[in-house]
Write a protein that binds this ligand. Structure first.
Ligand code: PSU
Ligand code: MN
Length: 304
């Protein structure tokens, strides 16, 4: 049997061994989702928010062929400053190849869920998940994040799916796959930079302890897969839909004019929207990740 190259930091190892709450964090948002140096600042602030919430943060990445659960300061800094293109974007399809060949890569939501579950971590905070892309009729572009939620038992705390996606179809696919989509504090599905997508969320739970109880009940029922928690961005940081949508449309038409495809779509759109909003999308993205980290710490502390 092939040994599993997985290494936890001493801090994460101790928390897991003692049964204390741990919250996983992804690394694609650091390398492919935000510019430097804001990405490093965000990663550190999010870890601090999880500690304040009484849980241990575990940022996950693959470094030189080893799954790293928890990144110390120096490792995070060097990881976040690697030249563009030298860090792979690792989803379910890429993980084994990257590890077997000693590569370095950032884990997406799907990749992070797989690694978190292997380490025994049940709660994960991120910004936005991937989903069904607009124009799916032509491109067939559906993020592997959706399939992962259907099969890997991790509660993922997000601010919904980005408005660059086809949100009604994303919800339909999640329903087909049997993934609970749980809004917190409101009935509407949030849309990442905006609090309200204009669509109702399928489920709502306002109490982190109830969300943890639902995760335990899934296991008791023998249901595979996780839960998707959709937590609206704080009101003071949101970019309302009427403001962001024209910029999203512009970024989407640029992407199609330039023939951007596959893994490059999401990073391209995020970068264009950052420029088009003059940085406001980045401030919003940072605020919503912090907000999700705080909620994830409470769900983990409640024993998800
Ligand atoms: N949300 C963000 N920034 C990101 C991503 C999501 O705010 O960088 C990343 C996540 O890692 C997610 C990935 O899993 O984008 C989705 O990529 P794709 O659409 O290629 O599956
Ligand atoms: Mn895709």
């Amino acid at each position: 049997m092939t040994a599993l190259p997985l290494a936890c930091t001493p801090e994460v190892r101790a928390a897991l061994d003692e049964g204390r709450p741990v919250v996983a964090l992804e690394s694609t948002i650091i390398t492919h989702g935000m510019p430097h140096p804001q990405n490093v600042g965000m990663a550190r602030d999010v870890e601090a928010a999880i500690r304040e919430g009484g849980a241990t943060p575990a940022t996950i990445a693959v470094i030189d062929g080893t799954i790293r659960i928890g990144l110390d300061d120096g490792t995070l800094q060097s990881f976040a400053t690697r030249p563009e293109g030298s860090v792979m974007k690792l989803s379910r399809a890429d993980l084994a190849v990257a590890i077997a060949t000693g590569r370095t890569g950032a884990t997406t939501v799907a990749g992070t869920m797989i690694c978190a579950a292997l380490a025994g971590i049940r709660v994960f905070a991120t910004g936005g998940i991937g989903g069904v892309h607009r124009g799916v009729e032509q491109t067939m572009d559906i993020s592997a994040d959706l399939q992962e939620l259907a099969q890997t038992a991790v509660t993922v705390v997000s601010a919904g799916a980005k408005a660059i996606l086809d949100l009604p179809r994303t919800l339909e696919v999640l329903e087909t796959l049997g993934v609970p989509v749980i809004a917190v504090g409101q009935d509407a599905l949030p849309a990442f930079w905006s609090r309200d997508s204009g669509l109702p969320a399928p489920l709502r739970m306002d109490d982190p302890a109830q969300i943890a109880a639902a995760a335990r009940m899934r296991r008791a029922l023998g249901l595979p897969g996780g839960q998707l928690v959709v937590n609206p961005i704080p009101a003071d940081a949101e970019i309302p839909r009427p403001e962001i949508m024209p910029l999203v449309e512009q970024a989407l038409s640029e992407a199609s004019a330039q023939g951007i495809a596959a893994k490059d779509v999401t990073p391209f759109l995020l970068d264009r929207i950052f420029t088009l909003t003059e940085g406001r999308s980045l401030a919003a993205n940072t605020a919503l990740v912090l907000n999700n980290a705080r909620l994830a710490a409470r769900i983990a502390a409640a024993g998800a």
